[in-house]
Design a protein around this ligand. Structure first.
Ligand code: GCW
Length: 673
């Protein structure tokens, strides 16, 4: 449960002589991240290098020390340093070059981030002297936890909530503190503790005190707590006759409850709101705009410097499939485009990375290049709801990286998603990312030891999206499993093959995941995509398949992108094969760029993906004895499951399209049910 913060001894560490003998913390308040940093350094150095360092506060008596603190405190004690000017919010300066090791944060949590970075370097045996400033890519680096008040977790695959039980915040917040430590080691600075399908009873006096308890546990790690709100609370919980956002009594109710919460949690991060989506209440009930709704919370939070994350996941889940032009993927832009510039400055629109819902492959949401005068954040799913729910290994960093690096070409200028969400491209004050993690009481946090690479990579990319997924993975493996080359190569190989394999044996060519979308979101069920109002249609019939999202014949979704991108997706020849069926409706016999037909590609990809998943088992088995038995066996259990389930996937999907199309597999592998 220590995740990557194991501080295991590093081979060859005894050769590392240039270690100071003391730690000097430039702040002795036990609730300060600076103090936490000094303790973490003591513990980490002891574990990694076997050396007990003394811990002093404020004064440096030893000949050389690890000095940790804020830039201001450092200057006061030792005078100015050159790099001070380069530090931005939450950033740090790390230098191991001089007599002292300097770990200087722009603010207290920056110092803690620097300490974790230093320990990560030591823990990976990266001993060569360094000196650099590291600033975060974006101010908002949050996680979302879909925890319910009864202790269940929506789409959680690793046990129960450690925040709530029986309608109340738990008394024991030890695990909340442990989680905050893990988050801080990634530079994550905010957490929404309850489900976006929010329950207003979180706002009771007793539960507000409970939020305070969680915030107190996480504060020393620099993690600010926030909560999801239910839009109808003034009525369902507050006893008002309405929740109309333009009604002054409603406004006053929110201002009042917000004041109460901030009284207990003065540094609360802010609110997250899911409105008018999947049955949730919202401003549209009163014919008010989504901006009217968001701004109501923004006004309440503003005096406290709180941020309102307002979700763009707004759509109608009762749309009619018989209309060729209907398209759920259009919803976000349709709902938000006319509201650009109408949100208060402390509102951030939180956008799921793709236009539908965390599918195995989607293009980036066109909303990223539509909102120019609104701050935005990308929402990613660390716990792979549609991607095997941590019973399958699916390393997601390559998928996120593609989205973050995608150039939206707004105004025909470089407009990578990562630079839009950071606020840089459209000169916005706020922005960043939100990762839905849904950790639970299970000792593995996420349910699968190998899936922790996803949480690690999420934090790494939120801090610095220029990093490469395979390098992030290697760091994580060294910290989690040590230095064995065979272990390293195997986990890198399995992980880097895992997303393409999953895409191959679930839904390829941009058709979506093809999992059961009505209930479990787990296992193959392509028939559930169509014939209902959820709008995750594939429009598969006896001859053809895919969503026509072109402007010329289809839903017009391609036209929601900036011209250069719109053109690429509008034209079937320039649409990449992996998004072909996302944007185009074609015959099963349509030839791909590879020369194969769509249907033959389906068959081949499903056999190939499942074959890859089979190889993970012997690859892992070969590591026996190189990993402790517990982790070895628990991972093996998951990999055997994945191998078997991938065959179920392969056969279910191949047969489904074989039945539909009546077209034989060239290699005669696919039969009917
Ligand atoms: O994908 C869907 C999930 C719901 C979730 C919703 C959302 C929290 O299946 O469980 O609700 O998205 O993101 O709001």
């Amino acid at each position: 449960s220590a995740a990557w913060l194991r501080y295991a001894p590093v081979p060859g560490a005894s050769n590392y002589r240039s270690l100071p003998s003391a730690i000097v913390a430039l702040n002795s308040s036990t609730s300060s991240p600076v103090f936490v940093a000094s303790q973490e350094l003591q513990k980490g150095v002891k574990g990694i290098l076997g050396k007990q360092l003394s811990l002093a506060n404020g004064t440096n008596k030893a000949s050389s020390s690890i000095i940790v603190g804020t830039a201001d405190a450092y200057k006061e004690a030792y005078g100015n340093f050159d790099e001070a000017d380069e530090l931005e919010d939450d950033g740090y300066f790390l230098s191991t070059k001089g007599k002292n090791v300097m770990i200087i944060g722009q603010n207290p949590r920056g110092a803690l981030y620097g300490a974790f970075e230093y320990l990560s370097r030591l823990g990976q045996g990266k001993f060569s002297p360094v000196s650099y400033v590291s600033n975060p890519h974006a101010p908002i680096r949050w996680v979302n936890e879909w925890n319910n008040m009864d202790g269940s977790i929506e789409r959680g695959y690793a046990g129960l909530s450690f925040f709530f039980r029986n309608g109340l915040v738990v008394e024991n917040v030890t695990r909340a503190a442990e989680y905050a430590r893990i988050l801080a080691s990634l530079g994550i600075n905010g957490i929404i503790i309850n489900n976006v399908n929010a329950n207003a009873t979180l706002l009771s006096t007793r539960n507000i005190d409970g939020i305070g308890r969680i915030a107190d546990a996480m504060r020393p790690y620099g993690v600010q707590v926030g909560i999801s709100l239910n839009f109808a609370s003034p009525q369902t919980f507050g006893g008002l006759s309405t929740f109309d956002p333009l009604n002054p009594a409603v406004d006053a109710w929110w201002a009042n409850i917000t004041d109460q919460i901030y009284k207990r949690v003065p540094d609360m991060a802010g609110y997250l709101v899911k409105a008018n989506s999947e049955g949730q209440p919202g401003p549209l009930t009163y014919n008010r705009t989504l901006a009217d709704g968001a701004n109501m919370f923004a006004r309440a939070a503003k005096p406290h410097r709180g941020v309102v994350m307002f979700r763009a996941f707004v759509y109608d889940n009762h749309i009619n499939e018989s209309n060729w032009k209907n398209d759920r993927a259009n919803a976000a832009v349709e709902f938000f485009k006319d509201l650009d510039g109408k949100f208060d400055e402390n509102v951030v629109v939180q956008i799921k990375f793709g236009p539908i819902d965390f599918q195995v492959r989607e293009p980036p949401s066109p909303l990223f290049s539509t909102l120019r005068n609104t701050s935005t954040a990308v929402e990613l799913q660390v716990q792979p709801e549609y991607l095997g729910q941590n019973c399958h290994l699916v390393y997601l960093a390559p998928q996120w990286k593609e989205i973050l690096e995608f150039d939206m070409r707004a105004d025909n200028k470089g407009s990578k998603v990562k630079d839009i969400i950071s606020g840089e491209r459209f000169k916005r004050p706020l922005g960043g990312s939100a990762g839905v993690v849904n950790v639970g009481t299970n000792a593995t946090w996420l349910g699968h030891h190998l899936s922790m690479s996803n949480l690690y990579a999420y934090g790494q990319l939120a801090w610095d999206p220029s990093q490469e997924p395979d390098e992030i993975l290697q760091d994580w493996i060294r910290l989690t499993f040590g230095f064995d080359r065979h272990v390293m190569n195997t986990i890198v190989d399995m992980s880097m093959k895992s997303w393409p394999a999953y895409e191959n044996y679930s839904g390829n060519l941009g058709i979506q995941t093809l999992t059961d979308i009505l209930y479990t979101h787990f296992g193959p069920n392509p028939a559930t995509q169509d014939g209902n109002g959820w709008g995750q249609w594939t429009r598969a019939d006896g001859f053809s398949v895919g969503m026509d999202r072109t402007a010329k014949n289809g839903t017009g979704n391609a036209g929601q992108y900036a011209p250069a991108i719109a053109q690429m997706f509008e034209n079937i020849d320039t649409t990449p094969d992996n998004l072909l069926l996302w944007f185009h409706h074609v015959n099963y016999t349509h030839p791909l760029k590879s020369g194969k037909t769509v249907i033959q590609h389906f068959y081949d990809a499903h056999y190939e993906g499942a074959a890859t998943a089979q190889t993970f088992v012997p690859m892992w088995e070969a590591l026996k004895g190189k990993i402790d038995d517990q982790r070895f066996n628990e991972v093996l259990f998951r990999q055997v499951f994945q191998a078997g389930h991938s065959l179920v996937w392969r056969d279910a999907i191949s047969r489904f399209y074989h039945n539909k199309s009546g077209i034989a597999d060239r290699h005669n592998r696919v039969d009917n049910y």
